[in-house]
Design a protein around this ligand. Structure first.
Ligand code: SF4
Length: 177
């Protein structure tokens, strides 16, 4: 699937821009080898590599994080403007956030979760908008073309995180593993 097709996937953005612009969670990481660093598919890496200035090499599917202040940032992140420099071609892993795809605590089933590291989610996790979006995103994940992308890029399925609230079991995706 090429990026032009991927762009049509589209996800409802549940977090208002004003929350994102005043937040310091996204795109920043505590450790250089954080498992939360975004995972890119091969097509996404190829497109990102064409950006100028080029991004540093990838480690498997993970982008190599850059030191910044006490921690690390995604090299595509401009911390001054709080802006993704590759927003138009950002990976599906980032498009999904604050939703996340991960294994459940038992490691038996893949679930869609919502990340309470996001301050907006902590305050609005019970809102109907988030519940509606969960269903829409789960439907997209369980259908082509996203199902095909996820089932062939297992790096996009994260480990269980106890601060990510499972909201929908992804049975079709689980059956692919
Ligand atoms: S690719 Fe963009 S949205 Fe994703 S972590 Fe990097 S800066 Fe943030």
């Amino acid at each position: 699937m090429n990026l032009r097709q991927k762009d049509r996937i589209g996800f409802r953005q549940v977090v208002p821009d004003e929350w994102c612009f005043s937040c310091d969670v996204c795109c920043r990481f505590p450790e250089k080898d954080s498992f939360l660093a975004p995972c890119f598919t091969q097509d996404e890496m190829n497109a990102a590599r064409e950006k100028n200035p080029p991004l540093p090499p990838f480690n498997s599917c993970k982008i190599t994080l850059t030191p910044y202040k006490e921690g690390f940032i995604c090299p595509a992140f401009d911390p001054t403007a709080a802006h993704c420099k590759i927003y138009d071609i950002r990976p599906v892993d980032c498009m999904l956030y604050p939703f996340a795809i991960m294994w459940d605590a038992a490691g038996q089933e893949i679930v869609l979760g919502i990340d309470t590291k996001c301050p907006y989610v902590r305050k609005h996790q019970e809102d109907s908008l988030i519940k509606e979006a969960s269903g829409e995103i789960a439907d997209a994940i369980e259908s082509p073309p996203l199902l095909d992308i996820l089932s062939t890029n297992k790096g996009l399925i994260g480990p269980y995180q106890d601060d990510v609230i499972p909201v929908v079991a992804l049975k079709t995706l689980t059956s692919k593993f």
